[in-house]
Design a protein around this ligand. Sequence first.
Ligand code: GLN
Length: 585
Amino acid sequence: MKYVLVSGGVISGVGKGIIASSTGLLLKTIGLKVSSIKIDPYLNVDAGTMNPKEHGEVFVLSDGGEVDLDLGNYERYLNITLTRENNITTGKIYQHVIEKERRGDYLGKTVQVVPHITDAIQAWIERVAKIPVDDSNEEADVCIVELGGTVGDIESMPFVEAMTQLRHRAGKNNFLNIHVSYVPTINGEQKTKPTQHAVKSVRSAGLIPDLIACRCERPLERSTIEKIAHHCQVDVQQVVAVRDMPTIYQVPVLLEEQGLIPLLREAFKIQDAIPPAMVRKGRKIWQQWKSLTVTQDHYYEQVNVALVGKYIELHDSYLSVIKSLEHSAMRCRRKLNLIWVDAEHLEPATRQSDPAKFHKAWHEVCTASGVLVPGGFGQRGTEGMMAAAKWARDNRTPYLGVCLGMQVAVIEYARTMCGIADATSEEFNAKATDKVIVFMPEIDKATMGGTMRLGLRPTVFQPGSEWSRLRALYNNAPEVLERHRHRYEVNPTYIERLEQAGLTFIGKDDKGERMEIVELKDHPYFVGVQYHPEYLSRVLDPSRPYLGFVAASAGCLEQVTANLNTDGIDSPVNGVNGAANGKDF
Ligand code: GLN
């Protein structure tokens, strides 16, 4: 196993994850099998209990793991399926070591950070790196290990120590450290001091940066690169400039242009050892990537989509949703114009307190070509979401409701079309009489961590759903597999009334008990899904419910559906029989 450690200095949040995923993609394009591990030095066991407004979205894996959103980047860029174990947190490592201590595994010993925690980290990485993540079902050749935060943080010290040991254990030509730094421009001058200090502190922690990836706004001047190389005792080729790009999909191309591939080949001493079939496969991935991501944008028509949500202050709260829209827009050859609408601004209370906000929000919804209501928790903003769903339904504007977005669409339908005026969700009002959305019976009410209905589960298209636009997008598959994350569901006792009023539940779980997809027949595209299709969207294989939504908003749904398998991108159908779960491009 070869390892690429991606660490950060100066500041976090400058795109370490994208650099790490892009490096992984480049390794894939030369024919290697790539896996990845993300280390988050916080104490939470997993990301499931963290507020999306603080940490960005919780990403959900097929095995139900609730993990850091960076794992989503890896799955999307590398088209792989990771497990919950691919996200290491301090909480997980300590839990593991403490359990061993209680069992008596270290009997007689004093259990310490070094060596017990650091050994546990290395053993974890070595074990998880070997789990097959793609359709080859074989161990990967390279594992990208991304260390969250910056080197020097108190929390990350045991991980840094473990990495220095792992470098030694992995042996020569098997370990490479990319250190991501930041080069600010002050009064027109590119400043290298923060990078110099960052590299110094990485060295004193025992790591050896083999590549210094400098985030910067503009291309680095030759003199800046030389200065960094000189002060950090590396060759100029080892300094890579990662400037802001029009889209993050162009970062792999930028890295390739700067000679990253020969550098990686040299560092890992991989010259001709890759099987020709894998080399061909890699080349094809690269071609597809470039043709889809580089030529896009400037001359495409715009598609205006309103995202009506409650965590809109931090766009990362909806990262996978945005990515799915981007993937879909690329496939539709449109430029995505995403309009952020705070659901609360659509509510009557805002009309009173801040009429300007209210009217602005409504103007945005009314002029958008499509309305999307994503997932969420709690009651705040849900009346605004229902109003947006009603607008879309009444005005034949394409609508996609995801999880909570599906639930509010069902409640709105019950209120308006079935005359159940007080219809609501148990989540919003536990004492209500007409709970059209209820708590799922098997869900644990007392424990919050990891207790929702999570992960990959089947949805079966129901007899008589042949007309469904969504089903056609899934290539008329009888059954699809998508990832879930919810506690509430449509109350079975209301289904008959809803269906009689015209809302069809065209997809249910394999037992036929759980409502998974609603769709309106007499509407250009009105779809609600209880699952989260955004978690399986891939750059080269967009999520089908999103693709349909963007295509309908852009007025090209029929064409996109008809061309699904003939538009030159022979990818598997995302979500169908788990196709995106490890199947390669
Ligand atoms: N809060 C809703 C539930 O738990 C929706 C969850 C979601 O949108 N992820 O069912």
